[in-house]
Design a protein around this ligand. Structure first.
Ligand SMILES: [Zn+2]
Length: 322
């Protein structure tokens, strides 16, 4: 494998085009593997741009051995372990003119056993994880597809998540508390199955939010992106991009914040390829959506937010981007 297949590009575009409700900015990652290679989105790249030269990475599956070694030495490496994981990604990314550097989540993409692995930051998946703490029946009602679903606790992205998934490799879907969802399947049907599950959940629990799933990204940003909301850390990317985000929103005096840019300017960002601004706008719109429909949604603990923002793989991701 030396480039993404048409099926992989189609999947990454489908997910990317549902920003900011499925993914915000350059978050999320997607891969396809065969016996010898993994083709994965490059770090810092928007999902819908994966087909461009430099926006995907190739990792030989033989690098799994070094990853297993790293995971087994995690305790003794202590605070150096994240730097070692960062170096593993660097070493594992095949070098070549059109190749980027593999996503920070390459670890679990390699470990999971099925052909396609899709990870994205679905707002509905966050709400579903949250509701399941109160009532597990919601999952049985929504999951008429019969997907084999694993519920995961709140974990740091990257190595910690990879370590946890090493013990749980065979599920179809993983609900990551306050983070998003991971799907794996032998074909592209897994995304459609997830979409139907998520839709059934929203129909019952959050019909107001489901309305936005039928709108274009511009329409969602025009509505949600310009609403006021308290500043909340609901998912890891808020911690990663907080310094930039807090420069972009202004307090309105009642404990809330808003973006003051006119609608026209906001809608221009994709056209003028101002991806940095679009990234912040999408993070803000997802934050607004969660706060508007589920004001009691818990924030990620401050210490975890700080440690996520300082992960070497996250610091690197911020230097890339389109
Ligand atoms: Zn993620």
């Amino acid at each position: 494998m030396n480039k993404p297949s048409e099926a992989l590009i189609a999947l990454s575009q489908k997910i990317g085009q549902r920003a900011p409700l499925w993914v915000q900015g350059n978050g999320g990652n997607i891969s396809e593997k065969n016996a010898s290679d993994l083709c994965i989105k490059a770090s810092g790249v928007r999902l819908e741009h994966m087909e461009y030269p430099g926006n995907f990475a190739i990792v030989a599956t033989s690098h799994q051995e070094a990853l297993d070694n790293l995971l087994s030495k995690k305790k003794e490496l202590n605070e150096n372990v994240e730097a070692c994981y960062f170096k593993w990604i660097q070493d594992a990314s095949m070098k070549g003119e059109n190749l980027g550097r593999a996503s920070m989540e390459t670890g679990f993409h390699l470990l999971l056993t099925k052909k396609f692995v899709l990870h994205f930051h679905s707002v509905a998946s966050l709400l579903l994880s949250h509701e399941l703490k109160k009532n597990m029946n919601i999952l049985h009602e929504a999951n008429t597809e019969g997907l084999n679903i694993c519920l995961m606790n709140l974990l740091s992205p990257g190595l910690e998540l990879t370590q946890a998934l090493k013990e749980e490799k065979e599920h179809d879907a993983y609900l990551l508390d306050s983070h998003g969802v991971i799907l794996q399947g032998e074909d592209d049907q897994i995304l459609e199955q997830w979409n139907r599950l998520e839709t059934r959940f929203l129909e019952r629990q959050y019909p107001g939010l489901l309305v936005f799933y039928h709108k274009s990204e511009n329409e969602v940003l025009r509505h949600l992106g310009r609403l006021k909301s308290p500043m909340r850390f609901y998912f890891p990317d808020t911690a990663v991009y907080y310094a930039e985000l807090i420069e972009y929103i202004i307090p309105t005096g009642d404990g809330e914040f808003e973006i003051t840019e006119p609608e026209k300017k906001i809608l221009e960002y994709a056209v003028t390829k101002n991806w940095k601004k679009l990234n912040l706008l999408e993070i803000w719109a997802a934050t607004v959506a969660i706060n508007k429909y589920c004001p009691e949604f818990p924030e990620i603990p401050e210490a975890l937010a700080a440690s996520i923002a300082n992960l070497p793989s996250e610091v690197f991701r911020k230097t890339r981007g389109n």
